[in-house]
Every structure is written in C-alpha cells, then in structure tokens.
Design a protein around this ligand. Structure first.
Ligand SMILES: O=C(CO)[C@@H](O)[C@H](O)[C@H](O)[C@H](O)COP(=O)(O)O
Ligand SMILES: [Zn+2]
Length: 197
C-alpha cells in the first residue's frame, strides 16, 4: 500500500467509525449535554481529564467552554486538570501518577459539578482514580471511552453517562471523541442560546 492509499484508508476508516457510532452515541451525548447544562446553570463547573491525546481533548473542551465554540455567549466554567505542570509534578512525585487528577478533583470539585473523564482504553489508573474522587464529591461523570469501556465502564454510577466508541483502534476512538466533544459544545450552546446553526 503506498502512502496515498494509506491516507485514503485512514479517512475511510475514520468516517466509517463515526457513521457506525452515531446510532449508539446520539442519545447519550444528548443526555450528557443536558447534564452539563444543568451543572453550568447551577453555577457548577466541569472538570476534564485524560492522558496523551485525551489530555489534549480535555484542554480542547475546556477552551471551547471558557472561550467559545461557534456562537458568541458568556464564558462557561470548565477546567482541564492536565495543564498545571507544578501540580502534576508535585502530586505525581509525592503521591504517585495515579493521583494526579483525583487530587485536583478533591481540591476543586463540588457536589453538582461534572467530571469529563476521557480514556480510549477505559483503563488508565489516574482517570479511574479521578472518577472515584468525583463519586466521593457527589459529582456526576461523563466518561468518553472505547474498546468496550474497560474498568471505567464497570465503575460508573447509574446517573453517570458512558459514551463508549465501539472500536479497538486508539486513533479512531480519539477521532470520534473529538467529534463527540464538538457535539457537546454545540449542544450546550443550543440549550443555552437556542442556537439553530
Ligand atoms: O494519542 C495517543 C495515541 O493516539 C497517545 O498519546 C495516547 O493518548 C496515550 O498513549 C494515552 O496514555 C492512552 O491512554 P488511554 O486513552 O488508554 O487512557
Ligand atoms: Zn493520538
């Protein structure tokens, strides 16, 4: 397969993964939008975490809420737990890397806040610990996972929301996570502003 063929295959696979997932994910994404808007209008905050590409996704989401997505609106309260290198190194060094997000959830999270937990495998220990801390703080969890959901899928509470991309390949899961994040941002704007397009 030459490079052009490989690139074409990536585009085909990515598009197909998204098309295959829409039936499964549309309703729970809408539920996640309602949960997030309910949190935000009650002065709650959305905390977001993940590793590697998913750290980038957490930051992307927070940027679109604090800044904006497509429509002009008020700033919305979202914090990526992946950005403060002093906190990440201090907590990682003193308590272990598994605690880098959970410690921040315990510091910042309040009842009624939402944790956006992102893991393609559903098995990252620091994301699992963050979910555990969120439950202790009476926060709701919206989990973006893949590959069947892993341990995260098994630990979610009944009123949490699981958005699991039903494929194995990390790149495809991440690409569908980003689309999902844009659907969340669009849905939040739609409910807050009545944005049509
Ligand atoms: O972006 C990629 C691979 O596409 C990597 O940086 C990937 O995010 C990292 O290996 C993460 O540590 C994977 O963690 P997770 O998604 O399984 O929770
Ligand atoms: Zn990646």
């Amino acid at each position: 397969m030459d490079l052009i063929d490989r690139i074409s295959q990536h585009f085909q696979d990515s598009a197909q993964t998204k098309l295959d997932a829409v039936e499964l994910l549309a309703a729970p994404i809408a539920g996640a939008v309602e949960t997030m808007v309910g949190c935000l209008v009650n002065n709650g905050r959305i905390l977001a975490c993940g590793n590697g590409g998913s750290a980038g996704d957490a930051q992307h989401f927070a940027a679109e809420l604090v800044g904006r997505f497509e429509a002009e609106r008020q700033a919305l309260a979202a914090i990526a737990l992946t950005t403060d290198t002093s906190i990440l190194t201090a907590v990682g060094n003193d308590y272990g890397f598994d605690q880098v997000f959970s410690r921040q959830v315990r510091a910042l999270g309040q009842p009624g806040d939402v944790l956006l937990a992102i893991s393609t495998s559903g098995n990252s220990a620091n994301v699992i610990e963050a979910i555990r801390a969120a439950h202790e703080q009476d926060m709701r969890v919206v989990a973006l996972t893949g590959r069947g959901g892993g341990r995260i899928g098994e630990m979610l509470a009944d009123d949490d929301i699981h958005l699991c991309v039903p494929v194995e390949r990390t790149a495809r899961i991440q690409e569908t996570h980003l689309l999902t994040i844009h659907c969340l941002c669009d849905g939040i704007d739609c409910l807050l502003l009545g944005v049509e397009e």
